[in-house]
Write a protein that binds this ligand. Structure first.
Ligand code: ZN
Length: 163
């Protein structure tokens, strides 16, 4: 009986995660439409999406305009605090050193990323930043909608090469 309930709770939890990553993927599609590398992110607080953003590095000509970085800045503005300790970040690509560092600084509770980034990701790929003994520990889960998130980036670079 209890086990059944646990299973149901778990699948509801997974459904929510899927929904949030789907929203991040929607943001990635917006980036693609602007000829930006298609990466999207959302920040979730108390079971609600409080910030959405996509990569705008070219548009803004700004090196820090990564999807998850912009989403975290929006979330901090919304909450009125730099401390995002009850917030979770969903992003379609494994974060770079700048964004992963910002997650430690902002005290993000959990990070969910979809596709890995073998060249620039520092959660599991180039290094495992969150395994170092910083003053804040970010929980990590990866792989949700990884194929879709990877595909959109591959499509983007393929198009770029044929231009
Ligand atoms: Zn980044």
């Amino acid at each position: 009986m209890n086990q059944d309930r646990d299973t149901i709770m778990k699948s509801q939890e997974n459904l929510k995660k899927y929904k949030y990553m789907q929203a991040a993927l929607q943001e990635a599609i917006k980036a693609e439409q602007k000829d930006e590398v298609p990466v999207g992110a959302v920040v979730v607080y108390q079971d609600k999406i409080i910030a959405r953003a996509h990569n705008l590095r070219e548009t803004k000509q700004s090196f820090e305009a990564h999807a998850e970085f912009l989403a975290m800045k929006k979330a901090a503005n919304k909450i009125g605090s730099w401390r995002l300790e009850d917030c979770d970040v969903y992003v379609t690509m494994e974060p770079c050193p700048m964004c992963a560092g910002a997650m430690i600084q902002a005290r993000i509770r959990s990070l969910f990323y979809a596709a890995s980034d073998p060249k620039a990701g520092v959660v599991d790929s180039v290094m495992k930043l969150f395994e170092f003994p910083f003053n804040h520990k970010v929980n990590v889960e990866s792989g949700l909608l990884a194929d879709e998130s990877k595909e959109i980036v591959q499509r983007f670079f393929k198009k770029l090469r044929t231009k």
